[in-house]
Design a protein around this ligand. Structure first.
Ligand SMILES: NC(=O)C[C@H](N)C(=O)O
Length: 330
């Protein structure tokens, strides 16, 4: 008989592990309760369970992400053939991306959770965990970096987002769709791994504060001005392809001139930021010329984690968010 693949199952809390009959979803079961019973375990897999954290994902902090990344790294160093992390869904995509920033791995790392708690009808946790274990046991998944397995779909950490607040089909990757799926306890990969890695060149425990600002019609610079003294860096979820109101633009430039890196992202769930199309106050041309950094296709919360952990390790923002090559003449 073939040697079973050893998969570390690391629990952090979330709805997937809410303890019945806790009506307020505040108490979380230990990882032992999440391990499939012997008859429910996919063939050829052995689970090594470990509790890391036990909380709703809204409580997760950068320090917790650092701790979790260390736990995952330890499991890999101890010889796991793959890792599955169970997590609350509200910030699951951020944790997946943070593991991509912080964990150097040659084995698959998969994150999953549930939208329905174990004591509700049709809980999705057991099926998600089973599919995640199947995926984590396949070495071909490793080059994709951390992935999210949910509802039998496999999504890469950089692109995945929680699109629905209550349905069990909560996650998707608007830019490219899932890279694979699990059926009959087999992983099918549909697309190749992402072209680049998100792993940071230097890794260190979080030691800086990075703010995140929303934009909307008529949002001026007052919130940015109020926030600037309290942060070491700022991410703005700008309009469209990287635009803000002229007043907000001036406040962001002032923040950058004060030596605090400002990173522009888009509030659109899909698409990239422009470099050289619009001019004038608050346009992408003006903001780039003033030294603001642009995060490409990265979502606002993920760009925030990249800036936060990158700065903590002393990597300049310009290296974390390199400028695109000049556009060809049109
Ligand atoms: N479905 C969930 O897991 C939601 C929960 N509030 C959490 O993120 O911990």
């Amino acid at each position: 008989m073939a040697v079973p693949r050893s998969i570390a199952l690391i629990a952090t809390g979330g709805t997937v592990s809410v303890a019945p009959p806790s009506a307020d979803c505040q108490t979380h079961r230990g990882v032992g309760e999440l391990v499939p019973r012997p008859g429910d375990l996919p063939d050829g897999i052995e689970v090594v369970p470990r509790d890391a954290l036990g909380m709703s994902s809204r409580r997760m902090t950068p320090d917790d992400l650092w701790t979790l990344a260390s736990t995952v790294t330890e499991a890999i160093a101890a010889g796991s053939n793959g890792v599955v992390v169970t997590h609350g869904t509200d910030t699951l995509e951020e944790t997946a991306y943070a593991l991509g920033l912080l964990v150097e791995t040659r084995v698959p790392v998969v994150i999953t959770g549930a939208m329905r708690s174990p004591h509700h009808s049709g809980p999705d946790g057991p099926a998600n965990i089973r599919a995640a274990l199947v995926a984590a046991a396949v070495p071909d998944l490793a080059p994709y970096g951390p992935t999210v397995v949910f509802q039998d779909e496999v999504h890469v950490a950089r692109l995945v987002t929680k699109m629905h607040s209550t349905r069990i089909a909560a996650f998707s990757s608007p830019a490219a769709g899932p890279v694979g799926f699990v059926a009959e306890d087999r992983l099918e990969l549909l697309l190749g791994p992402p072209p680049g890695t998100d792993l940071l060149p230097g890794r260190a425990a979080p030691s800086v504060r990075v703010g995140l600002l929303p934009t909307a019609t008529g949002i001026d610079g007052s919130a940015a001005e109020a926030l600037t003294p309290d942060v070491d860096g700022l991410v703005v979820a700008a309009l469209g392809a990287g635009h803000v109101s002229p007043s907000l633009g001036a406040a962001l430039v002032a923040c950058a001139e004060a030596g605090k890196p400002v990173v522009v992202t888009s509030r659109c769930p899909d698409g990239a930021l422009l470099a050289d199309t619009y001019a004038g106050a608050g346009s992408e041309r003006e903001l780039r010329r003033a030294g603001l950094h642009f995060a490409g296709t990265l979502s606002p919360p993920k760009a925030r984690l990249r800036l936060l952990f990158g700065m903590s390790a002393g990597t300049p923002a310009a290296e974390l968010f390199p400028a695109p090559p000049p556009a060809p003449k049109r």
